[in-house]
Design a protein around this ligand. Structure first.
Ligand SMILES: NC(=O)c1ccc[n+]([C@@H]2O[C@H](COP(=O)([O-])OP(=O)(O)OC[C@H]3O[C@@H](n4cnc5c(N)ncnc54)[C@H](OP(=O)(O)O)[C@@H]3O)[C@@H](O)[C@H]2O)c1
Length: 293
């Protein structure tokens, strides 16, 4: 049995998806360093058992320090709605700084969370352009890279869509997404850093869960199985977002991401991911029963 403990630094460990994946990496036996801007927030989100290293994607030196003696780096970054007119783009300029720091610290591989829907081509959107460019930058970076392209996460339901007793949705999804739990994804991320550890090739994995749901079907399941309180579905028409988006970067962002999800013709494409990294086992009903206060 190989008992080597592998070490990994996570940037974005305090995020909605970074936090659960960081916890799973620790459960799966990695020595985990969370590279964070706010130590107190990290302690609140992650609890005990993690090395914390103060770091900022804008500061290469802080990244180089955080990456000293780590085998792998995992990135769970997002683009904020107000970044359009900012010079520093987190997923591009932050990624470039990570690559430089990782190379100088002799990190063996960088893993990065991307997204499946970024390939939606029904309209041009600066955020999808950033995400596509980020993948290209990492794949061309001359350091072994693993990129994950997930469908929708169950965690959206609790973190973004549940507002008091209402579960909000916008427009109608004419297609279905293979929703997945962040914990199942975290296990696949852990496995990706274990497999073929001597090979230096780039790897790319679509990430999808066990069942396809439209947004409305997912919300209906969530409401049906949510413990402890009765929830109601609340539908907002897309024209409301369309009307208000010129006045708010955040609404403009939501309009574009929701429109893309509603129309993106997601096909199941994760056979290889399941064979290589394990099949996600968590169904939405079972996951929902474990939510609530
Ligand atoms: N939601 C879905 O269903 C879904 C599906 C597929 C793909 N995705 C992708 O998942 C990604 C992550 O989403 P999320 O909701 O977890 O994002 P999030 O909650 O916004 O997390 C972003 C993380 O990046 C950190 N960060 C931002 N700027 C930083 C900087 N300058 N230096 C260091 N750390 C910095 C944040 O730290 P602070 O805590 O300090 O702000 C936070 O930990 C997104 O790119 C999204 O496209 C999401």
């Amino acid at each position: 049995m190989n008992t080597t403990i592998r070490s990994i630094a996570v940037v974005g460990a305090t995020g909605m998806l970074g936090a659960p994946v960081t916890k799973i990496l620790k459960q799966e036996g990695f020595s985990v360093t969370a590279v964070v801007r706010d130590m107190q927030k990290a302690q609140r989100k992650l609890g005990a058992g993690f090395y914390l290293s103060k770091g900022n994607l804008k500061d290469k030196n802080s990244l180089r320090t955080a990456f000293t003696d780590v085998d792998y780096v995992y990135l769970s970054l997002s683009t904020a709605p107000d970044e359009k007119n900012k010079r520093f783009k987190t997923e591009i300029d932050g990624l470039k700084n990570v690559i430089e720091a990782a190379k100088s610290a002799r990190v063996k591989r960088i893993g990065m969370l991307s997204s499946l829907v970024k390939d939606y081509d029904g309209f041009d959107w600066w955020v999808f352009d950033i995400k596509r460019e980020a993948c290209k930058i990492l794949l061309d970076a001359d350091i072994p890279a693993t990129i994950f392209y997930p469908s929708s996460f169950f965690e959206n339901l609790t973190n973004l869509q549940l507002k008091g007793k209402r579960v909000v949705m916008a427009g109608e999804q004419t297609t279905k997404s293979w929703w997945i739990a962040a914990n199942d994804y975290g296990k696949q991320v852990a496995e990706s850093f274990r497999v073929n550890k001597n090979h230096n090739e780039n790897r790319e994995y679509p990430v999808q869960g066990p069942e396809p749901y439209s947004m409305e079907e997912a919300i209906d399941q969530f409401i049906k199985h949510y413990p402890g309180k009765t929830l109601k579905k609340s539908k907002a028409p897309m024209w409301v977002f369309s009307l208000l988006k010129p006045f708010s970067a955040s609404i403009d962002f939501q309009y574009h991401i929701l429109s893309a999800i509603n129309q993106y013709d997601e096909q199941f494409q994760s056979e290889h991911t399941w064979e290589t990294l394990g099949k996600p086992e968590t169904h939405l009903a079972a996951w929902t029963k474990n939510q609530g206060e």
